[in-house]
Design a protein around this ligand. Structure first.
Ligand SMILES: NC(=O)c1ccc[n+]([C@@H]2O[C@H](COP(=O)([O-])OP(=O)(O)OC[C@H]3O[C@@H](n4cnc5c(N)ncnc54)[C@H](O)[C@@H]3O)[C@@H](O)[C@H]2O)c1
Length: 371
């Protein structure tokens, strides 16, 4: 929604906490419940999830419990919902919220297909409902700092980016069936976060090539992939992805932003420019010593940089509350999240065809150019 669009009244005065429900209280939903229960800018009114553990969790945090979204919407007046159900349910649950005029954070990926995502985005737009997509990394302080460095021109012209997301998921992760079926898998569950980050930092992705493998786990979805990107700017990128290989090189290990993943402090992205390079997330900038040409024989100097406190999911929630109140405009709206999904689906297409694939056009503004 453009910054100056008329905002739909929400029923919440600027000073009053907004009334929130969390729909889907599984792995990530429980994080949203914990944060919403502690956040002064919102009241956690309800948890919606048919699982019996969800009812107990609702009692624990003093929220009402409903087994399905229609029961919630019939019983409660809420301003916003965090939709954290399995990917294939984002469309029906999100559509129900939109029809009731409820603003949303829809977890990533916005849906399990681009067509379903587009249907949901159009339903939200038609209802005048504000929608965020849960790419919480955009709220990480190192991402904001990296964006400032990249946009400052300090690196010169961006030539290439090299990234890795590799970790071995525990065996009980796979007890939840949808994760190893088409619509799940590490391209849509993990890589999509890296794709979103790279779109946010480097601009729109114009073309992808990719190979994938299920050789280790033998699931109906990939366990590993190697992906090449060409950005609209002409910069190139590569990502190695695996949920079957032990490694310190993944976002969570480098940022320590997820208590479930071991901390490594290792960098997982490298941005290379004509004057300097940037490591991420430690934000070290490498360049040749000043006073001479950018020549591979000149000594290299590195400028380290500290990163502020983390807490991207909490920052996302505070932003959602401000978006509901009309005080801020979405940092990642439905169409922007849909463009990230379109790029992830282009990876699937490139794997399936063995040919380069172009992400579907979904009418998003490149996130490089907005907040
Ligand atoms: N942003 C992140 O860091 C992050 C991390 C993990 C997962 N996710 C995303 O969040 C979503 C959920 O993933 P997860 O790993 O938490 O899944 P999960 O399977 O652990 O949890 C999903 C929950 O939804 C409940 N559910 C199923 N159908 C429902 C319905 N109709 N109404 C209400 N609840 C219902 C299930 O009982 C379950 O408790 C996925 O889209 C996933 O991609 C995001």
């Amino acid at each position: 929604m453009p910054p100056d669009s008329p905002m739909r009244p929400t029923g919440a005065t600027p000073a009053a906490p907004v009334r929130i429900a969390v729909i889907g209280a599984g792995l990530i939903g429980r994080t949203h419940v914990r944060l919403a229960a502690a956040e002064p800018a919102c009241d956690l009114v309800a948890i919606v999830d048919p699982a019996p553990e969800a009812e107990a969790l609702a009692r624990q945090v003093g929220a009402s419990w409903y087994a399905d979204v229609q029961a919630l919407l019939a019983a409660e007046a809420i301003d916003g919902a965090i939709v954290a159900v399995p990917n294939a349910l984002h469309l029906p649950v999100g559509r129900a919220c939109a029809a009731a005029g409820v603003h949303m954070i829809v977890e990533k990926p916005v849906a399990d297909t681009v067509a379903a995502g587009l249907e949901l985005v159009e339903a939200a737009e038609a209802a005048g409902v504000r929608m965020l997509v849960g790419h919480h990394r955009r709220y990480d302080p190192a991402v904001q700092d990296a964006r400032t460095i990249l946009q400052s021109g300090e690196l010169g012209r961006l030539v290439a980016v090299s990234a890795i997301w590799s970790a071995r998921k525990p065996d009980d992760y796979w007890k939840v069936g949808w994760r190893s079926e088409p619509g799940g898998g590490p391209i849509l569950i993990n890589l999509i976060h890296d794709i979103d980050c790279l779109r946010y930092l480097c601009g729109e992705i114009a073309e992808v090539q990719a190979m994938a493998s299920d050789a280790v786990r033998g699931h109906r979805v990939e366990d590993s992939a190697a992906i090449l990107f060409r950005f609209e700017s002409g910069a190139l990128g590569s990502i190695v992805l695996s949920d079957a290989a032990v490694s310190p090189w993944n976002w969570e290990g480098g940022t320590n932003d997820n208590p479930g993943v071991a901390w490594s402090g290792e960098n997982s992205y490298r941005f290379m420019g004509t004057h300097a390079s940037l490591e991420f997330p430690n934000l070290a900038v490498w360049s040749h010593a000043p006073g001479g040409p950018d020549d591979w024989g000149r000594p290299l100097v590195v400028r380290p940089q500290g990163v502020g406190p983390r807490g991207a999911h909490a920052a996302q929630l505070r932003h959602f509350c401000a978006v509901i109140r009309g005080d801020e405009t979405p940092r990642i709206d439905g169409r922007d999240g849909l463009a990230t999904l379109a790029a992830a689906m282009a990876v699937h297409e490139a794997v399936a065809t063995g040919k380069p694939a172009v992400p579907a056009s979904v009418g998003a503004t490149s996130p490089r150019h907005h907040g």
